[in-house]
Ligand binder design. Structure first.
Ligand code: RTP
Ligand code: MG
Length: 147
């Protein structure tokens, strides 16, 4: 089963959207495998966003994601990476499709509420930054029969 790393960013937490965001993934029929409320230190943030080092938005991005608590999760399901990216919407709230999280709730690219891994390689690289394997559960998801 494909896995992905999802993180509700500090703006999503502060705006009271944890439940709303989790609800969208739950209602889709995806399976929650792990969840953790934490504040990122600079080292973890740098590891997470290493692919963006040197870009113009890198420093503000690090400052933003370390500015307050985040809610980190692992979700699973067939095509979970593509499905969660579709539910989240494009990076820029202006071009994100209506009905996506970023279109419905975000205004600026810099504060776009939620992160989702963009490939299997990145998901498997990001998950261990936040979770050890024993913190990730494995259970029969009975809803799978219906979706
Ligand atoms: P994320 O990694 O957070 O899920 O977002 P993403 O894939 O949609 O976008 P990505 O290109 O990976 O960029 C990571 C985060 O950096 C900020 N960003 N700002 N001002 C800009 O042009 C710009 N581009 C990216 C956003 O917060 C984005 O989510
Ligand atoms: Mg990304």
């Amino acid at each position: 089963m494909e896995r992905t790393f999802i993180m509700i960013k500090p703006d999503g937490v502060q705006r009271g959207l944890i439940g709303e965001i989790i609800s969208r993934f739950e209602k889709k029929g995806l399976q929650l495998l792990a969840g953790k409320f934490l504040q990122l230190d600079e080292e973890a943030a740098k590891k997470h966003y290493e692919e963006h080092e040197g870009k113009s938005f890198y420093d503000p991005l690090l400052e933003f994601v370390t500015s307050g608590p985040v809610f980190a999760m692992v979700w699973a399901g067939d095509n979970v990476i593509a499905l969660t990216r579709a539910i989240i919407g494009k990076t820029d709230a202006v071009t994100a499709a209506p009905g996506t999280i970023r279109s419905d709730y975000a205004v600026h690219t810099n504060f776009n509420l939620v992160h989702g891994s963009d490939s299997v390689e990145n998901a498997e690289r990001e998950i261990p930054i936040y979770f050890s394997e024993h913190q990730i559960v494995s259970y029969e998801h009975t809803i799978q029969r219906w979706i």
